[in-house]
Each structure stands twice: as C-alpha cells, then as structure tokens.
Design a protein around this ligand. Structure first.
Ligand SMILES: Nc1ncnc2c1ncn2[C@@H]1O[C@H](COP(=O)(O)OP(=O)(O)OP(=O)(O)O)[C@@H](O)[C@H]1O
Length: 333
C-alpha cells in the first residue's frame, strides 16, 4: 500500500489515510485497533474487494478473504457452494469437489455437505466461510474475525490451516478480538489508530520464519513490491463486483482476478428491479448497462433504477469509472 486513504463519501471523514504498508511472502500479520477504527476497511483494501479513495495497492497475489459477515442465504448446499467457489478459483470440477469435501471434513462439517447454506447454524456457516477461502491455497489470506462463531475444534483447525499457509509461503493478515490468537507465531502486528497504521512491537516471540516480514514506512525488511510482483493498482473492470450489499454497510468491491468473495455467488435476479443509490460529481458514463432510469432526490442523492439482471454490469461500470462512483446502497424495489 502506498499513500492509501479510504473514505466512504465525498467530503466524509477519512477512515484510513496515508497508509504505507508492505507485506512479505510468508508473513503472519495481525491488525488490531478499537471498534470502528477501520480494521475491516484495511482488510477489504488488502483483499482487493474495496478500492482506496487515494493511493495505490499493488502486487496483490492470488487472494482469498473471509469477511466479517458471511452471506449465508445463498441458494447452494455447503458442498455445492464450495465446489462452485473452487471452480471459480480455477480448480477442475473434480478437484474442487474433493477439496470442498476435505475442508468440510477438517472443520467437522462433513455431515452438513448436503445442507442448504440458509439452513446451516451460524457456526457451520462460518466453517463454510473459512473453507471457501482455504480451498484454493491462496497466496494472500485475509481473515476478518474468521474465528468468531467457530467451536473450539474448528478454531484450532483454523489456527493449523493458517500456520500451514504461512509455512507454504503465503501471507496471512488477520483481525481477531482474542489478543492471544496466533500469538507467538506473528511476524508483525499493526494497530489502526486515528486513520493511520502504527507498528506494535511483538513482546512475546520474534518472527517465526526469517527476518522482518512486514514493513511499514521507514521500517526495513523484504518487500515483494518489486516490478515482478506489481499488479494492477486498481483492479480492472472485469474484477469489480458489489459486496455486502445492505442499506447500512455497502462497500464497492474490487475483486482481484482469483479472489472470490462469497457474497457474489448469487443467482441471477431475473425479473426484479434494483435501486442503486450513488454519489459522485462526474457525469454518468454514456450507454450504461441495462439503460437505468435516473432518479434524483431533493438532497442530491442519485438513484439508478435497473433490471436486476443488469445490476452487476452496471455496478462494474460505475465502480470502474475514473473517478469511481460511490455506491451508497443497493435496494430491491
Ligand atoms: N461501507 C461503508 N460505508 C460507509 N461507512 C463505512 C462502511 N464501512 C465502514 N464504514 C465506516 O468506517 C469506519 C470503520 O469501519 P470498519 O468496519 O472498517 O472498522 P473496524 O475497526 O473493523 O470496526 P469493528 O471493530 O467494529 O469491526 C466506521 O466508522 C464505519 O462506520
């Protein structure tokens, strides 16, 4: 991250600003901070499902992400969903199904392979959320309170899975309310404080595997932001999808090529109409997908009414615009 800032509305407060952060391969990195300071915001930017308002995020490898809230009401069984996600990650169908089964087994949820996601308990649903991130062996694993809701066995299994990923050279960045989570194995710890990121000294043990694993402005250590690793600073239109769409918590999401956030494996919403509330100062791009009807409220908020089966394409164009449109909300009509 270079000079990364994020705010959710034009003229609104900066949740994060001036963030410089390098993450090395094989680093286990904890992010902490008081409630509402911007930890999830930082993780979404790292995972590539949100884009910075300013600054650049480069060099993101194959990424998987466990969101703080897993959208459980998707029309799949647990196994079907994971297999589907494995396919989206690029695995052959048989491998995807095998791995899906293996991860369900590891997390003690094999008995729920055929259960529709909507009928899973919160804990089992969280196991599926974690499995979807692990099944394609991501090179960057971003875990936002992924242990929450898991039973003890599954929490331990996730600890083991994290250590395996790190040992395999992947970078794991996590937030967890338990200050002891994975302690002793961390390579770096950061606190989000006042829109900035502060490095927190590790007071127990040093890096678990090699030298300084994570570098933040001025701190020395390996970085893989070399030209070989530099990826798109903003992901392209092909990888932009909406995420966590609810009236109170809506973030535009920019998805890295191999990153598959669980929120977007929704069925086509054929026949429905959606209202998309947007904020932006630039003229709307011409020829928008789905030819949305534009409505303007007295407070200046603009709303686009569009057939739901065009909504993904429309959101993609809005988010890929330069400057991007801020998506305030997506509502069903
Ligand atoms: N999509 C969004 N739209 C508008 N504001 C948002 C959005 N997401 C987060 N915020 C705001 O950004 C700030 C930081 O939120 P964030 O969820 O990143 O913090 P957090 O440290 O992860 O919080 P918690 O500890 O409660 O999980 C909060 O003020 C929150 O209301």
């Amino acid at each position: 991250m270079r000079g990364v800032g994020r705010r959710y509305s034009i003229g609104g407060p900066w949740v994060l600003r001036g963030i410089d952060l390098d993450l090395a391969e094989g680093a286990l990195v904890r992010v902490e901070g008081a409630n509402g300071t911007g930890k999830s915001t930082l993780l979404r930017l790292l995972a590539g499902i949100d884009a910075p308002t300013e600054g650049r995020v480069t060099g993101r490898p194959r990424t998987a992400y466990v969101p703080e809230r897993f959208p459980a009401a998707l029309p799949f069984t647990a196994l079907g969903y994971l297999t589907h996600l494995g396919r989206v990650h690029g695995l052959p169908r048989r491998t995807a199904k095998e791995r899906a089964g293996q991860w369900l087994e590891r997390f003690g949820a094999a008995g729920h392979a055929g259960t529709p996601l909507a009928e899973l308990s919160k804990g089992t649903s969280q196991k599926v959320a974690v499995a979807q991130a692990l099944l394609a062996d991501p090179a960057l694993l971003v875990l936002d309170e992924a242990w929450t809701g898991l039973d003890t066995e599954a929490r331990n299994e996730l600890d083991r899975a994290v250590h395996e990923r790190v040992a395999a050279g992947a970078t794991v960045v996590f937030v967890d309310h338990d200050p002891k989570r994975l302690s002793g194995g961390e390579d770096a710890r950061y606190a989000v404080v006042g829109a900035g990121l502060e490095r927190v000294p590790l007071n127990d043990v040093g890096p678990s595997h090699g030298g300084p694993a994570c570098v933040v402005s001025g701190c020395v250590g390996p970085s893989h932001a070399s030209p070989d690793h530099v990826g798109p600073d903003r992901v392209g239109p092909d990888h932009v999808v909406p995420s966590h769409v609810s009236p109170t918590h809506v973030a535009p999401a920019h998805v890295a090529p191999t990153h598959v956030p669980p929120a977007h494996v929704a069925p086509p919403h054929v026949g429905r109409t959606l209202l998309i509330d947007i904020v932006g100062t630039t003229p709307l791009p011409a020829h928008l997908p789905g030819a949305p009807e534009e409505l303007e409220a007295p407070d200046g908020t603009r709303t686009l009414r569009v057939a739901a089966d065009h909504s993904d394409d429309l959101l993609r164009v809005l988010l890929a615009a330069r400057p991007p449109w801020h998506i305030q909300g997506v509502r069903s009509q």
